[in-house]
Design a protein around this ligand. Structure first.
Ligand SMILES: [Zn+2]
Length: 310
């Protein structure tokens, strides 16, 4: 009898999710609760209690996904959404409290690993995942393992420079992909257009979902905003493809709910910017795993990191 079940925790900006997951990826037990994020010690205690509530005699290692950059020492370098974790060695501290192996990973990296394993990246050798939301996260999985880079920053595709004349980004640079294709970028560009053009969008809440719906109805301003986001995404993805030559690109996150309407435009913009063979050997898919992505990815991190490198 082996230790067949892995525990995955997904630290979000508002909720902590957890699950016990089999080595085949079946979710057996779930946990979902508001997160105690103001003080690191409270959050560590919450994580410890969550693992204990999901624990059992056949449980193996624990994986934890966090919205921030994670270094090779399982320490959170920086988490814009949960600043109380900045500099905290969450992995080793939780491991010490629990007396078992704990593996910490950036949440977008964990999502990429989950999709590569069981979702839209199945069967691919290498996967680039983008999460489209308020920000734009990314993860790279090469041969079944996350490529973190030497400092944990690999896959930060949202900060690839796509517009030399662009606006300032929260990262300190300007013209980053995120400034155009992140949700605030959609809003800003729609507001700018509404100063001089008429549109169905006037008086509406300018979130991507609303803008996509107006674009589907043929609204010219909304179409320009969608096309601008797709162009920026295609530019960023093309840069990543030329560097990595992966065989699968997965689009995830709330904005991906726009479905093929957005995906087809992203694919078209990417095609114009890469070698024909690089494009031909890559397929583009929408993410498949939904609400369980974070916990499945975190558990998979524990499975993969806990195994010896090939
Ligand atoms: Zn940036």
């Amino acid at each position: 009898m082996g230790l067949k079940m892995f525990i995955g925790l997904d630290i979000g900006g508002t909720y902590l999710k957890g699950a016990a997951i089999t080595a085949e990826g079946e979710v057996k037990q779930r946990l979902h609760e508001p997160i105690a994020k103001l003080h690191a010690d409270d959050l560590l205690s919450q994580l410890e209690a969550a693992v204990r509530s999901l624990d059992g005699p056949d449980r193996n290692a624990v994986g934890v996904g966090v919205p921030g950059i994670v270094d090779s020492q399982s320490r959170v370098r920086v988490s814009p959404n949960i600043p109380s974790l900045n500099g905290i060695p969450v992995g080793s501290e939780l491991g010490r409290r629990l007396g078992r192996r704990v593996f910490l990973e950036n949440d977008a990296n964990a999502a990429a690993l989950a999709e590569a394993w069981l979702g839209a990246g199945r069967g691919a050798n290498s996967v680039l995942l983008l999460t489209l939301g308020t920000g734009i996260g990314g993860g790279v999985v090469l041969g079944g393992r996350i490529w973190t880079g030497v400092s944990g920053y690999a896959g930060e595709i949202g900060h690839i420079h796509v517009d030399p004349d662009g606006v300032r980004c929260g990262c300190g640079s300007w013209g980053c992909l995120e400034t155009i294709a992140g949700a605030p970028g959609w809003q800003r560009r729609a507001e700018d257009a509404l100063k001089v053009r008429e549109s169905l969008l006037r008086g509406q809440h300018l979130e991507p979902k609303v803008i996509v719906e107006a674009a589907r109805q043929g609204d010219a301003v909304a179409l320009d905003v969608v096309d601008g986001a797709a162009r920026a995404l295609g530019t960023g993805i093309a840069a990543a493809l030329l560097l990595l030559n992966v065989d699968r690109v997965v689009i995830a996150g709330g904005v991906a709910a726009a479905g093929d309407f957005l995906l087809d435009r992203i694919v078209g913009e990417t095609r114009q910017r890469v070698f024909g063979n690089v494009f031909a050997d890559c397929t583009f898919r929408l993410a498949e795993l939904g609400a369980d992505t974070g916990v499945i990815g975190a558990a998979r991190v524990a499975m993969v990191q806990g195994s010896p490198s090939p």
